[in-house]
Design a protein around this ligand. Sequence first.
Ligand code: FES
Ligand SMILES: [Fe+2]
Length: 423
Amino acid sequence: MTTVKPPNPLNIGTELFRFRRFKASSLLLNFPSRSLSCKATMSSAISSHVRRMVESFDPSIPLQEAATPPSCWYTEPSFLDVELERVFYRGWQAVGYAEQIDNPKEYFTGRLGSVEFVVCRDATGKLHAYHNVCRHHASLLASGCGKKSCFVCPYHGWTYGLDGTLLKATRSAGLRDFNVNEFGLIPINVASWGPFILINLDKDTVPDQKGVSSEALGNEWLGRNSSQILGGSSIIGFNSSLKHVRRRQYTIECNWKVYCDNYLDGGYHVPYAHGGLASALNLDSYSITNFDKVSIQSCESTPAVGGGFHRLGSKALYAFVYPNFMINRYGPWLDTNLVLPLTHRKCLVTFDYFLEDSLKDDEDFIERSLEESERVQIEDIALCEGVQKGLESPAYCTGRYAPTVEKAMHHFHSLLHHSLIGG
Ligand code: FES
Ligand SMILES: [Fe+2]
């Protein structure tokens, strides 16, 4: 296998990584780090109750003999609290893609667990991310996405530069012991890898403002050999000829892992739940490969009927990036699915569709493809919401894996167990 680099439209490793130290007074904020939290619900030690839940799944048991994680992993609010702290608030998390903030002064906002964030480029094009919370009385600062030369709080007008500096504290005359330099926006580690924007809420990850190399970042995010797995020249790789054409979001009444499990069952449910999709795939060709933090499922498709419309091309590839990001490549399409927990029994799934540049004006092709994708998605939502109800039933505790198809799911559960128990 040759070494390949991910596409680097944003000059990874030189510009894009910034971590600002902040003063002791800032540490009193609700920062979701293991050592900085002032939220009573966020403690660095997990309770014996949660520990027992985590330990009730044993990743050392071979897949053929293993039971799936117990239903409490999917139904207990306290389990999600620990997942947030030990999975989502640590390490690199995909939150968007570079095209959203191609130009200076562009920004987008988002929420990860209880963390409200804003990612932006300043006037020089440098990438930043901040907690999207005003330092006056905690109003959310920016909303949605767009272009701004500064962030003006909608509540009382405090104004922040795109570099996070507090530029104006309105009505501050008479205020004592107030240093504007200590009231800038709280920074978040941010970087891009290929076309993806990542944030990292773990303050310990980057101890200073120095950048990290693309390879080091990729290896942290994806595990070893990241470039070969997902880089620009790899079979699933994102290249500059792909253009964003649509975003769709779905709020689903299920634990975030139910959605991931459904994705990771090796096509097991396809013939039963997706009649249309099943006819386009040669399920006998299904293959599954687990890497460090990535698993890839691939499947050849059947020839297009009558040489007509066929959105899948010759092969479909489904890459799962632990814990919650999916990259799907089929024909001229690439789509990503980001799964975010909203509550212990509700998640938000964001689909971003990218298409080969040469087809981006073919409205008919785009609409038919997206309709087909939407149909599959609606079928999956029904499955996932049904599973959540079943998990909440007293009749169910654990299940089993189908060894030939569900090994990526077992890998996911094992990684999660490691994150949760690892400290
Ligand atoms: S909360 Fe932002 S200015 Fe008051
Ligand atoms: Fe499905």
